[in-house]
Design a binder for this molecule. Sequence first.
Ligand code: BGP
Length: 480
Amino acid sequence: MRKLKNFPEGFYWGGATAANQIEGAWNEDGKGMSIADVMTEGSFGEPRRITRGIKEGEYYPAHEAIDFYHRYKEDIALFAEMGLKMYRLSIAWSRIFPDNNSETPNEKGLEFYDNVFKELKKYNIEPLVTIYHNDLPYHFVEDCNGWASRKVLDQYLELCKVLFTRYRNDVKYWITFNEINDLTVPLGNWNHGGILHEGTKYFEHQVDEPNMRFQALHNQMVASAEAVVMGKKINPEFQFGSMICHITVYPHTCHPDDVLLAQKEDLIRNCFCGDVMHRGEYPYYALRYFEENDIQIEFTDEDKAILKEGICDFYTFSYYMTICKSANPDTAQTSGNIMGGAKNPYLEVNEWDWQIDPKGLRYTLNHVYDRYRLPVMITENGLGARDVVENGRIHDDYRIDYTRQHIQQMQEAITDGVELVGYTSWGIIDVVSCSTGEMDKRYGFIHVDKDNHGNGTLKRTKKDSFYWYQKVIETNGEEL
Ligand code: BGP
């Protein structure tokens, strides 16, 4: 059998989470309210929406989440036991600047992250910090319709200044925005952009307004570039990553119309933001897309210059599924796959209709490496599933199987020549789901005893996958 290349020395085997899905303590130690604290629950076909504040008696799992805020020591010790080399976490902006009157950062909020970084250092786990992960301080929604306004951009840079200065010696790897390209599709309006709120003229049905959405995206890309420039001045060793939600697009058939449609979708959905963040300018195809969709945004000469200057150092993406595009009206929208399009008859789906496609990961890795020729990291991947606890054990062979198949394809890609430097498995510990707001869509290698209604002891239990991943890391991917 043909010999595959080994994973490189120093490969970052890791795990990923986001503040609003794990920390809890939503109003403790001076933390302000974020959009994640006031989201409705989601369901099939119905995205989560921002509501106007907390309603009496209404339960939001994110408020307590898995209480990482108080249990971080125990959790990081478990990460260390698993052998993690890297831990991807995000900062809750509203812990640092809680409301619109905060001129100085909230010391208590910063102390929490001081402690987390200290704990990670103790075990030699490299932090990878996402500055913004779906939890805009809520007051921006009321004040200015979230990221649609440049006011948020300025405040984001204030946050960056505080973080870069305080953590100049603790953090080397930064991601400016989680899944920045979520704003290329309407879903991104709410949890990512914090736009279109009750009180704005669009609230009635919280409909999509592409001008505002692409303005928000532009503001984020400019903010990212400014952050990169600022960060490198504070510590030239800092390394910045993009982060793209890569929903790889296949043509449904070899009909040229399907091929062209798939390419068009791929360019706007998957390539657009990476092209801006790594090549430093809007790509040629965006102009036609903007024209055809009548999108006009404010784009200054200063923006143009900063986009050129503040390009990211490495490429990262989340990978959960692939989709198919069909130009044939009979197959254009087939049910059974969450992201729409035509159903791929060769792929299985998980319980939430996410099309599982390990080989698509190898394809995607080659695609992005060929495009940018930069070190690549997979910063999210994993299987959402309902686990069953049997006599205190969780036998999650399905998760082991899923992860093994994806890691095998990573090794294929490395053998192809792709410079893959890390893999941070999503929801290394069970977290609140981003799309449903519930607990029972679990990804973790560590189980957390909590249900959708907030019941449970929050006890941590190692799943079978914990021991499996531990072995993978110990053997640097040789034993899968
Ligand atoms: C990504 C988000 C994560 C995460 C993951 C899984 O889009 O960056 O925050 O939650 O998807 O999604 P879900 O929790 O909806 O299954």
